[in-house]
Design a protein around this ligand. Structure first.
Ligand code: ADP
Ligand code: MG
Length: 663
């Protein structure tokens, strides 16, 4: 093809014939089973058979374009066709003849219409026509033509999947599947090809995840004995919840096992994950091992260090903070204490992994709120210790399907019980018109001695987040809250200044914290009772739920107020859902259903390769099969070294190479 067309294909990520063949159709035009016009679905394209009644003269519309109207009907209803700038298409339609039209039927009941449908004379039998993802200047027909040509020219398409699997799941071979998905004889055939290609994609992904972990073959480098954790439990000022106790039992059983723990501890905000991790640290320390706990930000690391040393130091476990702001002599001392084994717990950010920290004997690594503990981090961790136990903590309730993909065959502990005495946070969605009233409410809360978080409007183009926060504090928050002590947090602050603002807020020296960066996940200030989010429509529900989790941590009734100046129906409906439920799992599911997994953690937050065909939310059954088979295959051929698996090994490498280059 010529350079211009090639450039357009490149925009779709297609630069080789192989990539072209992996550009799968989104669906097919099926002319074989038309539906009556009156019965056409409103939300999905379909085929109808209708007679052309009249063609009207073209009308000139804005931009110099021409609009053509064609009136049609079948026995059930009339149908108005609209074409733009396509006299040739319209010329082909003859009055009084019947045609098959494919497109989306819109308009009201009495005025059904189709815009720019594809069509064929009635009675012609046409093969299924694939519909491809479009990019400017590349029509679906062009892509289909190129795919067809590629299929004819490619002679030998190798088969990466073992024969046994193809037989077991009755899947077509790769060459066959590619033909079937680009030029299917029937929708059934297309479906079979699709299933196989999804299986192949998920199987490859699972193999990669499992190989990365090496768990099938390796024993842990930190073997531990089962020791009681009662002393830890007794030292706490409150009893553990049942869910905490169960999770601690699961974690300590893992750590006393042969293979390294790989466990996700999932619990809604405020469910008490930190103490569960602390029990793990205690267990490791009783066994003579050190632990490291990694938080996503300095502020959180500092908070964890404070909390954990309060709980653990009385039990004889030394805790040290190691972040970028720990400098000079303090740093040298910390590094020495870590190397000698004098401290048993190191708390830091993820940077701990990339720094030249020599552990005495690291046995447990815990990450908090870090969904991207991916290939690179695992590699860095491996350099610090031989196969330590790994605990990943998350308040984002990751649906099981996604969790399986992100972490391989990890185990999951769930904290499905909040500590007693927590009240659900009352949540309200209001429009900007109510901003003044809302500030009146804030005033009352502050007068009652409570504290308030306000998440600033998101930054406009050309504005810095410093300006945004300062402008908001000066022009909105301070004037509307006379006498209140307002602190400002923004991305430009140095780590030490951020820590100081947080400290002042925690100590009650500030009434209001205006923040641009989404308030550090996990910050624990029990006296804060109101969370206000400006521009709430711009966040996913899971993100809003996380923000809401910053309040409702103490005994007082707490509130979350979602402000929006762009309340469309869709926005209202989404926010209303959050007002109705305090259940993080329900929220995550709603997000996943309405926004899809791509958006789930923000763009590419999960660090997974981009999937070409599989849909994580929909293809759970195939995923489970693919996962079981990947485990079985690696059991038989641990390193994927057998010559028969060479192609698979290549496919795995290619998939993950593509993802690491993107991350
Ligand atoms: P998260 O799961 O969001 O990380 P934290 O570990 O920060 O939750 O705990 C939230 C708050 O609940 C903390 O103030 C903690 O001290 C408190 N907490 C944890 N476990 C219990 C418990 N069993 N009973 C009472 N309060 C608890
Ligand atoms: Mg936490």
């Amino acid at each position: 093809m010529g350079p211009q067309r090639a450039a357009r294909f490149a925009r779709l990520g297609v630069e080789t014939v192989g990539q072209l063949l992996c550009l799968y159709p989104r669906g097919y035009i099926d002319y074989s089973s038309p539906v009556p016009v009156a019965a056409a679905p409103f939300d999905a394209p379909c085929t109808v058979q209708a007679q052309v009644l009249a063609k009207s003269a073209p009308v000139r519309i804005s931009g110099g374009r021409k609009m053509f109207k064609v009136a049609c009907a079948d026995d059930t209803a009339s149908l108005a066709l609209t074409f733009f700038n396509s006299p040739y298409a319209v010329d082909k339609l003859e009055v009084a003849k019947e045609y098959l039209f494919y497109g989306k039927v819109g308009g009201g009941f009495s005025a059904r219409e189709m815009v720019a449908p594809s069509f064929l004379p009635a009675g012609t039998s046409a093969p299924l026509t694939p519909i491809y993802p479009l990019t400017e200047g590349l029509s679906s027909t062009v892509v289909a033509g190129c795919a067809k040509a590629a299929l004819q020219q490619v002679e030998d398409i190798p088969e990466p999947l073992p024969d046994a699997l193809l037989e077991k799941y009755r899947m077509p071979g790769r060459a066959e599947s590619l033909r079937m998905i680009h030029a299917p004889a029937s929708l059934d055939e297309a479906g079979q090809a699709r299933r196989r290609l999804i299986f192949e994609e998920l199987f490859t992904l699972q193999l990669g995840m499992l190989l990365m972990r090496g768990r099938e073959v390796a024993e842990t480098g930190a073997p531990m004995r089962p020791v009681p954790v009662d002393a830890f439990e007794r030292s706490l000022p409150f009893p553990l919840t049942g869910a905490q106790r169960r999770s601690i039992a699961e974690i300590t059983a893992d750590m006393a096992g042969k293979s390294p723990m790989n466990r996700l501890l999932q619990g809604d905000v405020g469910s008490g994950k930190t103490l569960v991790a602390a029990a793990g640290v205690y267990f490791a320390a009783q066994n003579g091992y050190q632990s490291v706990l990694m938080a996503p930000t300095e502020i959180l690391a500092r908070q964890h260090a404070d909390t954990l040393s309060a709980h653990l130091e009385p039990l004889g476990i030394g805790v040290v903070l190691l972040t970028g702001s720990v400098k000079g002599k303090a740093r040298t001392a910390a590094l020495a204490a870590i190397a000698s084994g004098e401290v048993q717990l190191v708390v830091g950010t993820h940077a701990v992994l990339s720094e030249p920290v020599a552990f005495h004997n690291l046995g447990l690594a815990v990450t908090d709120e870090q969904h991207r503990f991916g290939v690179r981090q695992r590699g860095l961790l491996a350099a610090k210790a031989v196969r330590p136990h790994l605990l990943v903590m998350s308040a984002t309730p990751i649906p099981r399907t996604l969790a399986l993909l992100m972490f391989g065959d990890l185990d999951i502990s769930i904290l499905d019980e909040l500590p007693p005495g927590r009240q659900p946070v009352k949540t309200y969605a209001v429009t900007g018109a109510k901003r003044r009233d809302m500030y009146g409410f804030l005033q009352k809360q502050i007068a009652a001695g409570r504290q308030v978080y306000i998440v600033c409007p998101l930054i406009e183009e050309g504005e810095s987040d410093l300006q945004a926060a300062i402008t908001y504090a000066d022009e909105v928050a301070r004037p509307l809250l006379p006498g209140a002590r307002v602190g400002v947090m923004h991305g430009r602050l140095k780590a030490a200044d951020k820590a100081e603002v947080m400290r002042a807020f925690k100590a009650g020296e500030l009434d209001v914290l205006v923040s641009t960066t989404v308030i550090e996940v996990g910050v624990d200030v029990p006296n804060a009772t109101v969370m206000v989010v400006e521009d709430a429509e711009r966040y996913g529900l899971s993100a809003l739920h996380q923000l809401r989790g910053r309040v409702g941590r103490g005994a007082a009734e707490s509130f979350c107020i979602l402000l929006t100046d762009h309340a469309t129906d869709a926005v209202r409906e989404r926010l209303r859902f959050l007002c109705k439920t305090n259940d993080g799992f329900a929220v995550a599911k709603y997000d996943l259903d309405t926004r899809g997994p791509g958006d789930f953690f923000g763009s590419r937050q999960h660090g997974l390769p981009t999937l070409r065909i599989a849909d994580l939310a929909a293809d759970t059954r195939v995923l489970k099969a693919a996962q079981a088979e990947a485990v079985a295959l690696l059991r038989a051929d641990p390193g994927l070294k057998a010559p028969a698996h060479a192609l698979l090994a290549e496919a795995v490498a290619a998939l993950f190479e593509q993802s690491t280059s993107m991350n």
